[in-house]
Structures are given as structure tokens and as C-alpha cells.
Design a protein around this ligand. Structure first.
Ligand SMILES: NC(=O)C1=CN([C@@H]2O[C@H](COP(=O)(O)OP(=O)(O)OC[C@H]3O[C@@H](n4cnc5c(N)ncnc54)[C@H](O)[C@@H]3O)[C@@H](O)[C@H]2O)C=CC1
Ligand SMILES: O=C1[C@@H](O)[C@H](O)[C@@H](O)[C@H](O)[C@H]1O
Length: 341
């Protein structure tokens, strides 16, 4: 490694371009060494102003480019498995955007490959674990001051969905964040999932089941409900209320400045995740760079990525069947703490 951690960024779309900007201009200790995207226009636009970077059409070529010490995967979910396995084969540490691999079978292959290496190389991009409000809630729950958590009530709203976004993606691309957050906040695995679908919003593209109401039952007897609505039209809102035996705590309450004028009060509502979670992405990538430079791997693991995908997959089955679906997890390898899920 040179003075700076040389990062290959795979995928220069919405998230990839933002991570390239972040690595180049926000976090310390890293530089963008290579970028891969099959769309040359997107790659070129994303690296404008970045010095000494090489641009590639193929992910593998970027991994083999000079000066690459680590990889940030921001390609679409279905491309992640191949990229993760290629990074493992080269011994390169990885920060992989969520979902780690959308299908649980592929996610498990990644876990098994890392377990065979016998050391962690992957951190998964569940950035909410780096958000100040989520961390405050986690500390409060861990302190035991509110007693045992009984329920989490969650809201996840996007202004609009991107073209090609499917009904299943509301669960495995959007609610996957709540699945990880719930596992992390409660320290419990979701054991069963039910999905209810109200009449779709007139603003949703034809055929998209939006919104949905997703209910998880955890192994420890807690309930987690999520309203997911990805074409709400009015703002990006992510909320979570924990109801415990001795009190409740809420985060995500739109605490922007309120301007009162002309007989009304107005507060800005963020329009997307890049604004709402800007600090969380910065902290996540800085933590990854710092740990990688010290030869450590921290944060959400490949096992967390697998577990989230397995729960989401059960959720998609629940959505499609209308039935309550139980979640089955594989045995957890020693690398991630051993059996017990
Ligand atoms: N953590 C978060 O809050 C968010 C995470 N994401 C995740 O980030 C990833 C990328 O999402 P977006 O940037 O929104 O998608 P996007 O569609 O804007 O960009 C994806 C880019 O990857 C390129 N690409 C396709 N196949 C590739 C391959 N094999 N190797 C390299 N590049 C390839 C495409 O040409 C495109 O430029 C997804 O996993 C998504 O779930 C997306 C939005 C927010
Ligand atoms: O990860 C994300 C997107 O992929 C997903 O499509 C959105 O619903 C989430 O709010 C965002 O955080």
C-alpha cells in the first residue's frame, strides 16, 4: 500500500459516483485508483477531476489495475457475488453496497468463500449503523434504561422509485435496511415474516405493489413492522420507534429548521438518501478506510449480509403468497461467532 489506500470502485452510477466523490474529497487516507463500469460515459463523468485514476469496462480489470489495495462495490446487486469472489481471490478488502447478494444462496456462497479464507475481508454497506440517530437509539437500548424492547415501528418512504424497481425490491432492496437495523438494534434474528399490501398508490408505476406493510416476528418474541412506500412523492423519510417495557424512543423525526412566515410554518424534508444519510455514508467509508489501513475489518459482516438477504427472501415469498413465511438460516461459521444464527 502507498501512503493512501488505493480503491477500485466497481459501478459508477448513483451510489458509485457519490462514493468516488467521497473517497476523493471527503474521507482521509484513501484515493480512487481505478473505476469500472460497462457504461463508459458514466465512468468518465464520475471520475472528472480525480487524479491518476484508470477507467475500465470490466470489473476484473479494475481489480488488477496498478495501485489497487481495496475494493468498493457499487454495481447492481446481481453483480455483487462475482465481484466479491474476485476480490477474495486476490485477498483484497471490500466494502460492498447492500444488498450483499440479493439471493440467499449466492449470499451464502460468499459467506462460505470468506470462511474458507479464514479471515474477514468484507464489510457490508448497511450505513444506518453509522447514522448518529441510529447509534443513539442502539446505545439507549443496550443500556437497558428502557427495559426489554417489545416492538419497533418503522417507516421507509422514498419520493419515487427508479425505472425497473419491482414489487420484490421494496422488500429486498429497501426493507433490507430495516432488516439489518432490527437485527442490530435488537440483537435478535427475525424468525417469520408476513407482508400485507394495501391498494397500490395511484402514483406507483403500473403493476408495482407500493406501499407494503411488512411484519417481522423475532426469535425473542419482539415485533417489527415496516411501512415501505417508495413512490410517496413528498420526501425521503426513515423513522423508527422502539417501544420497550419502560419507555419508548423515536428517531427520524425530520428535525430540520422550521421557518414560520406568512401565516404558516415550513420545514424542508430531504428528498433522497444521499441527503438524509450523507453523514452516515461518510462515517461508514471513513471507518472502512481506517480499519483497512490498519489491517482490520469491522462493521456489518458477510454473515450480516447473508442473514439480511435470507430474511428478505422470506419476505418476498410472503409478499407473493400472502402467507406467513418462516425464516431458515444456515449454520453460522466460526469466523462469525459460530452456531446460533
Ligand atoms: N446504501 C444505500 O442507501 C444505497 C445503496 N444502493 C446500492 O448501491 C448499488 C448501486 O445502486 P445505484 O448506484 O443506485 O445503481 P445505478 O444503476 O445508478 O448504478 C449502477 C452502475 O453499475 C454499473 N454496472 C452494471 N454492471 C456492472 C458490473 N458488473 N461491474 C461494474 N459496474 C456495473 C452500471 O452501468 C451503472 O452505472 C446497489 O447495490 C444498490 O442497492 C443504492 C442506493 C442507496
Ligand atoms: O438503499 C437504498 C436504495 O437502494 C433503495 O431503493 C431505497 O429504498 C433506500 O431508501 C436506499 O437507502
Amino acid at each position: 500500500m502507498g501512503e493512501l489506500l488505493g480503491v477500485a470502485v466497481l459501478g459508477a452510477g448513483h451510489m458509485g459516483a457519490d462514493h468516488i466523490r467521497r473517497l476523493d474529497r471527503v474521507v482521509s487516507g484513501a484515493r480512487v485508483a481505478a473505476v469500472a463500469d460497462p457504461d463508459p460515459g458514466r465512468a468518465k463523468e464520475a471520475v472528472a477531476g480525480v487524479e491518476a485514476v484508470t477507467v475500465h469496462a470490466e470489473a476484473q480489470a479494475a481489480l488488477d489495475a496498478p495501485g489497487v489495495d481495496a475494493v468498493l462495490i457499487a454495481s447492481p446487486g446481481p453483480a455483487h457475488e462475482e465481484a466479491l469472489l474476485a476480490a477474495f481471490a486476490r485477498g483484497l478488502p471490500v466494502l460492498c453496497e447492500k444488498p450483499m447478494v440479493p439471493e440467499s444462496a449466492g449470499a451464502l456462497r460468499v459467506v462460505e468463500a470468506e470462511a474458507r479464507l479464514g479471515r474477514r475481508l468484507a464489510q457490508i454497506g448497511f450505513m444506518r449503523r453509522y447514522d448518529a440517530e441510529y447509534r443513539q437509539l442502539k446505545s439507549l437500548l443496550d443500556s437497558g434504561r428502557l427495559g426489554r424492547p417489545l416492538m419497533l415501528h418503522c417507516v421507509h418512504r422514498n419520493v419515487s422509485s427508479v425505472p425497473g424497481f419491482t414489487s420484490a425490491m421494496l422488500v429486498d432492496s429497501s426493507v433490507v435496511h430495516e432488516i439489518d437495523a432490527a437485527r442490530w438494534l435488537l440483537g435478535q434474528e427475525p424468525a417469520a415474516v408476513t407482508v400485507l399490501r394495501p391498494r397500490p398508490s395511484a402514483s406507483a408505476p403500473a403493476g408495482l405493489l407500493d406501499p407494503q406493510f411488512v411484519l417481522f416476528e423475532t426469535e425473542g418474541g419482539a415485533l417489527v413492522d415496516v411501512e415501505v412506500f417508495v413512490n410517496c412523492g413528498f420526501g425521503y423519510q426513515v423513522r423508527c420507534e422502539a417501544v420497550c417495557e419502560a419507555g419508548s424512543a423515536r428517531i427520524g423525526e425530520d428535525r430540520a429548521m422550521v421557518v414560520t412566515a406568512e401565516g404558516g410554518a415550513r420545514a424542508e424534508v430531504p428528498q433522497d438518501y444521499l441527503v438524509r444519510f450523507a453523514d452516515a455514508y461518510d462515517r461508514q467509508v471513513q471507518a472502512w478506510v481506517d480499519a483497512t489501513r490498519q489491517g482490520r475489518v469491522t462493521g456489518p459482516s458477510a454473515w450480516d449480509g447473508y442473514a439480511a438477504s435470507a430474511v428478505a427472501e422470506a419476505g418476498v415469498r410472503a409478499l407473493e403468497s400472502g402467507a406467513r413465511v418462516t425464516v431458515g438460516l444456515a449454520d453460522r461459521p466460526e469466523l462469525y461467532g459460530g452456531a446460533g444464527g
